[in-house]
Every structure is written in C-alpha cells, then in structure tokens.
Write a protein that binds this ligand. Structure first.
Ligand code: SF4
Length: 430
C-alpha cells in the first residue's frame, strides 16, 4: 500500500475532519423525500446509528430548503450531531440558500448556468458565502454530467473530468477558500480510477491538494454493486488516494455502511500524522455477514491487479465470483452491464424493486449496458455510456431511452419493463 496522498485538512461542522492523515470518513445519502421531514429525520437517525459520519440530503426545490432546516434542527435537538450535506443540482440559488443551513454543500459549479462565464461568477459568489459561514463544499463532477463546455473542449474522458475539476479547484485557491473536497465519480470503474489519479496528479502539480471523496456512481445493488465499488475504491485507497468514501447502492442506504466501513478499516489511515481520535467520535462498527466479508476481501485483493492489467485471471474456484470481479474490472462481460442510481429524495417510484425486475427480464442479453435511473431531472444526463435507459418520470410513468434519445415516453410503469425488453429485441433484429 502506498503512502497516503498529502492533502489539506477540511473540517465539516464541529465533529468531522477529512484529509491530512485523518482516518477515512464514511458517508451515505438519504433516499427519502426531503419534504417528508419525519421520514428523513428517521432515516438520518438510523444511518447515524449505523455508522454514517456524514449524511447527504437532496434539495430539489427552494421549498425544500425549509424542510432541510427543519430536519437539521430536529436532529440536533435529539443530540445527533452528524453533519449534513446538501446535494444540489443545477440551481445556484438553492446552493446559496442552503449555506446558512447545513455544514457542507455538494455542487457541480459547471451546471450553475449554461453560460460558462456566468457559472464562474455565480461560483465566486457561492464561495464568498461559504467563507462567511465557514462551510465545507464538495465539487462533485460525474462522468455522465460533464458540461457541454468541457465535452466540446476536452471530450468525455478521465482527463477531461480532471481538467474540468481543476478549473473550480483553481477558483477556490484564488479565492483563498480551502474547505474543499472534490469527487469525480463514474460508473465505469476504469474511467473512475483514472480520473481520480489524474486529478490527484494535477493538484499535486498545482501545489494544493484537496481531500478526495471517492465513489463509484450508479454501481447497482447486490453482489455486483458491492464488488464494483470495492474494486475501484480499493484500488485508489491502496494508492493513498481517497479521504472520504461512499459506496452507492440501489438499496436501503444503511446497507452501504458496512461495506464502506470495511474499506475504510482495510485502508484506514489511523495512527498517521494528524490523526485526532477526539475529532472523530467513532461510530459503532457496522457488521458484514461472513459471505459478504469474504466477497469484499476477494474483490479488494484482486481489483487493483485486474484494473492495472497486472494479471489476466484470478486463481479462485468460485466461477460466479470470478465472473463478477472480472466484469467489475471490465475485463470480461458475462452478463449485461447495469447502471442504477442509488435513488434519493427525487426518486418517485420503487427503484430497488424495479431495478431487480429489469435485471431479471434482461439477464439473457449480452454486450449491452442498461441503466435504471430514479428521476428524469438528472437520470438521463447521468447515464453516461448506457445503451438503454429506464428513467422514472414520476406519477407512474416512465421514459425509455436508446443511448441519449428518449424513444418511448410516458409509458405506464407496469408496462415499462416489457417495453424495454421489446426495444432491445427489436434493435438486435434490425
Ligand atoms: S438520478 Fe437517481 S440519485 Fe441522481 S438525482 Fe435522480 S433519483 Fe437522485
């Protein structure tokens, strides 16, 4: 294992310190509707007890800023001090409105405005506000949602992702704002690993290294989701890249925590310079089943050698596990490649159940990438390399995509899986 990348130290609220040799921080995200304050508070309570050190909550509308405030107040009144992270898409107005409310804000500044110069100006204003309130931010860019400005200039590659992030990193440095973390997530493990490596290299060159939030986006569920997350996250952590992690699963977010805790403990940086156990009230350790623990171990043992092409095969007898790990590392595709978002407060249907139905109905296809996304606002943009997309519109309706094109709109939910299978069949016959 390489020495950890030397980063700046970022404080999130009073209790969490990230980077600069501190232990890896484990986080997750609520999938309740933010407007359902009772359900979101209950989920936060459960996630904090299960070991979440940061909890992210989506803020899809201005009205939800007040809901977020209520959630924050209720949690603090119960003595739950876990810092909250507002997840903002597109709206700089909402991003600025949540700054006084929560400890950290996740934004993609490139989406603040379609005009790039205006997006820069709005990001500058946002940074001044974060400085005033002493907030932390995450610049979160995903492979599927790079702005047009970046794709036109640099393409849709790991290098482009790192370059896009560096523009905002530079702005933070120029504004003397250092409470910053960066993430460059992708569902493709090769793209994801290379993007983080490139960003780490560029920040080192720049002389200011912000802590990295590492994760595989839209990893899916079950063994596949866990394995995909483990091979990529463990590869980076073993290189000393990564200070806070999220294992995104299309499941109850509480299920993400034992997997993330396993990774954090396996590659943890406790005992290194700057570690301050007092700052990190360590939550109860979440537990893994023995089967889960052995799967994660093999995925972590073999992820880096496979992703780095140091080996072409793995010497294990369990053919299923071998196939899963090989596919997660994109070395062999024995079944469709699935992309599924974890769901959040924007999800308007039963994502987990639908994803399982889609997997069951399409398992016989090969060489195809199928995405199942929770909302029409971000889903289509986030699907990245998918050949087909099942995107929930809300109100019982679904849009089906072929690549980036919506080909069937407003399909009733109970017909949508069959229509998706028909669409794939038709294309195969043409
Ligand atoms: S794509 Fe999924 S995780 Fe992303 S905002 Fe929509 S519902 Fe939430």
């Amino acid at each position: 294992m390489k020495e950890a990348l030397s980063t700046r130290e970022v404080r999130v609220g009073a209790s969490v310190v990230i980077g600069s040799g501190h232990p890896i921080v484990v986080q997750t995200m609520c999938n309740t509707r933010t407007s359902d304050v009772r359900a979101t508070v209950a989920q936060c309570r459960r996630l904090a007890a299960a070991g979440a050190q940061l909890i992210r909550i989506t803020v899809p509308s201005m009205a939800d800023v007040a809901h977020l405030q209520e959630i924050h107040t209720q949690l603090r009144s119960e003595g739950i001090e876990t810092p909250l992270v507002a997840d903002i898409h597109f709206s700089s107005e909402i991003a600025m409105a949540v700054v006084p409310v929560v400890e950290k804000i996740r934004i993609n500044p490139g989406n603040f405005h379609p005009d790039h110069e205006k997006a820069r100006a709005l990001f500058g204003e946002f940074l001044e506000l974060c400085k005033k309130y002493d907030r932390a931010i995450r610049i979160g860019l995903n492979h599927g949602s790079l702005g047009k400005y970046i794709v036109e200039r640099y393409g849709n590659t790991p290098e482009a992702m790192a370059l896009a992030a560096m523009e905002w990193v530079d702005m933070c440095i120029d504004a003397h704002f250092y409470n910053v973390m960066v993430s460059l997530k992708a569902s493709n493990t090769v793209v994801m690993v290379n993007a983080y490596r490139e960003l780490a290299r560029r920040m080192q060159e720049r002389g200011v290294v912000f802590p990295l939030h590492v994760g595989v986006t839209e990893a899916g569920n079950g063994d596949s989701g866990r394995i995909k997350s483990c091979v990529a996250i463990s590869t980076l952590l073993s290189e000393g890249i990564g200070n806070t992690i999220r294992v995104s699963l299309t499941e109850d977010p509480a299920n993400e925590l034992p997997v993330a805790r396993y990774l954090a403990d396996r590659y943890g940086m406790a005992g290194q310079a700057g570690h301050d156990e007092g700052c990190h009230a360590r939550p109860d350790r979440a537990s893994l089943s023995p089967r889960e623990a052995s799967i994660l171990k093999v995925a972590c043992d073999w992820g880096a050698p496979l992703l780095n092409h140091e080996v072409d095969d793995i010497p294990i007898e369990d053919e299923y596990l071998k196939d899963e790990i090989m596919q997660a590392c994109r070395r062999k595709f024995y079944k469709p490649e699935y992309i599924a978002c974890p769901g959040c407060g924007r999800t308007l249907y039963n994502l987990e159940e639908t994803f399982n139905r889609v997997k069951e109905a399409t398992s016989g296809f090969k060489d195809v990438v199928i995405a199942v996304m929770g909302c029409i606002v971000n889903g289509p943009g986030e699907m990245a390399d998918a050949d087909y997309g099942y995107v929930g519109e809300g109100f019982g309706k679904v849009t089906l995509y072929r690549k980036k094109d919506p080909v069937l709109r407003h399909i009733p939910e109970d017909e949508a899986v069959d229509k998706l299978v028909e669409l794939i069949w038709q294309d195969r016959q043409d």
